[in-house]
Design a protein around this ligand. Structure first.
Ligand code: SAH
Ligand code: SF4
Ligand code: F3S
Length: 477
């Protein structure tokens, strides 16, 4: 999945824990709260949706121990950063942010600073040498050990757990929802990645791919629906390779899982991310076409439009295969929204090869794209085998051309929606105006409209009257 599609900006969390817990657990929490003297934690997430989803698991693990969420890092006893390593600038942001915490440590030397997630996994105990103020380093498969790590840190030791697991899916942990809209939520369906795209650090930071028990996924979706949520996004680095065996030893595929979640209720919208072009076959598309409530939207990262570069990237598909998948989407789901990720300036990419990326964008006409220039990541296949030989200025120039083309396409695609009536799931009040609400249509486009009587969680029909490259605007009809 992309940081991006996936990406939200840094966020903090501010829901009182008790709101999300069952009565019996509450009692337990109360006892543990006494033990922990009402200590609080603050958590901030970077990177992809998977990380945001993991922070909800962390909040659950800590909540079970009686620690309470605190939205203000300045008064928290523990500050956690759930970090991303996907590009160098993702790590730079975290390092910069850590600087803000120096004065916290000065004012309150017993405050604990923990680095979680992909940067923790990539750098391991080296991170403790590089960033003196960090007390805890905890990788993505080690969150159950956080209470122990906290105890060690409270005892004055630095604490590290970066063990990766082949089994951990946190399947039994009921995440504490940190999002504030109460309408849409993420559900992790798998962890890790077994694809070795040569540019990518994820297989190193997240470990081997493993799928979560389908029954716990459906249960989580049902619980969310019962609590008023109306949209779930199933998350994995490569959802199409989801595979889980039930008690009858039958394999459940991603297409089957999608159908199981869609059956929870016709009013529950189902989305997913990310699809891998090599694995996204027609069965998933047919399932999407069969269920009204599975949204007609696919994020299908292309990375490059040139087959030689795709091979060097170890993406295991070529331009023709990718276009064949786009044709299948357009044939089976004619009104499907399609978005992508693009990397420009990968090792040895020529000007003509860059043009191939522009030309595939022209062919597909994506609704949305997340576009990056190549950032070499230590330890990856590309870092070991290929020279990062495209000058930064060239990378930036190519990226600008790609962004300009995408802006043009996004605007063209949005203009085609003017005059249409679209079904929108109302999410929240618009950032720009208290008088407006916003929500997404089936194709994942953000729609803004005067609120009328609508409330978050309602479905409304909106007639589109105007647009920008980023959003649609309209009125409820
Ligand atoms: N599993 C998802 C991708 C997750 S990372 C998939 O296969 O599509 C999100 C995006 O970050 C990738 O799609 C890629 O476009 C970008 N990315 C990953 N590594 C990168 C690197 N080293 N430099 C620049 N962009 C990168
Ligand atoms: Fe990275 Fe490739 Fe796995 Fe996506 S599929 S996470 S790009 S290795
Ligand atoms: Fe996600 Fe970044 Fe890790 S994109 S998997 S948080 S490296």
């Amino acid at each position: 999945m992309s940081e991006n599609s996936l990406v939200k900006d840094r966020t903090s969390v501010n829901i009182p824990l008790e709101e999300n817990r069952q009565g019996e657990v509450l009692e337990n929490v109360a006892i543990k709260q006494e033990v922990h003297n009402g200590k609080t934690f603050y958590i901030e997430s970077y990177g992809c949706q998977m990380n945001f989803s993991d922070s909800e698991i962390v909040a659950s693990v800590l909540g079970e121990q009686g620690y309470r969420l605190n939205k203000d890092y300045k008064s928290a006893d523990m500050i956690f950063m759930n970090t991303c390593s996907i590009r160098e600038n993702a790590e730079d942001r975290v390092r910069n942010r850590l600087k803000d915490f120096h004065h916290i440590k000065k004012a309150n030397p017993s405050a604990i600073i923990g680095v979680l997630g992909c940067m923790a996994e990539r750098l391991k105990d080296k991170l403790l040498e590089q960033e003196q103020l960090v007390d805890i380093v905890c990788g993505p498969d080690a969150y159950r050990s956080l209470p122990t790590l906290i105890a060690e840190a409270e005892g004055g030791q630095k604490a590290v757990n970066v063990l990766l697991s082949r089994e951990e899916t946190y399947a039994d942990i009921s995440p504490v929802r940190l999002d504030v809209n109460g309408v849409s939520a993420f559900i992790s369906i798998m962890r890790g990645c077994d694809n070795m795209c040569s540019f990518c650090v994820v297989p190193f930071t997240r470990g081997r791919e493993r799928s979560r028990n389908a029954l716990t996924i459906v249960k989580e979706a049902q619980d969310l629906f019962n609590r008023g949520y109306r949209e779930v996004t199933l998350l994995g680095q490569n959802v199409d390779s989801y595979r889980w065996k039930n008690e009858q030893e039958e394999n459940i595929s991603f297409a089957q899982l999608l159908a199981m979640v869609a059956e929870v209720d016709p009013l529950l919208r189902v989305r997913f991310s990310t699809s891998h072009p090599k694995d996204m076959l027609d069965d998933v598309l047919h399932t999407m076409a069969r269920y009204e409530n599975i949204c007609n939207y696919i994020h299908l990262p292309v990375q490059s439009g040139n087959s030689r570069i795709l091979e060097k990237m170890n993406r295991t598909y070529d331009r023709e295969w990718y276009m064949n998948r786009i044709e299948a989407i357009n044939r089976i789901i004619p009104d499907c929204g399609i978005s992508t990720d693009v990397i420009t300036g990968f090792c040895s990419e020529t000007e003509e090869e860059h043009q191939d990326t522009l030309s595939i964008m022209e062919l597909v006409k994506y609704d949305l794209a997340y576009m990056f220039f190549y950032s070499e990541r230590p330890g990856t296949l590309a870092a070991r085998k290929y020279e990062d030989d495209i000058p930064l200025a060239t990378k930036k120039k190519r990226l600008q051309a790609i962004i300009a083309l995408q802006m043009k396409h996004s605007l063209e695609k949005n203009k085609q929606d003017i005059g249409k009536i679209v079904k929108v799931l109302v999410e929240k009040t618009s950032k720009r105006s208290e008088e407006d609400m916003c929500g997404r249509n089936d194709q994942n486009k953000m729609v803004i409209f005067p609120k009328g009587d609508s409330k978050p969680g309602n479905y409304v029909n909106v007639k589109i009257t105007e647009c920008s490259a980023a959003t649609l605007k309209g009125v409820i009809v």
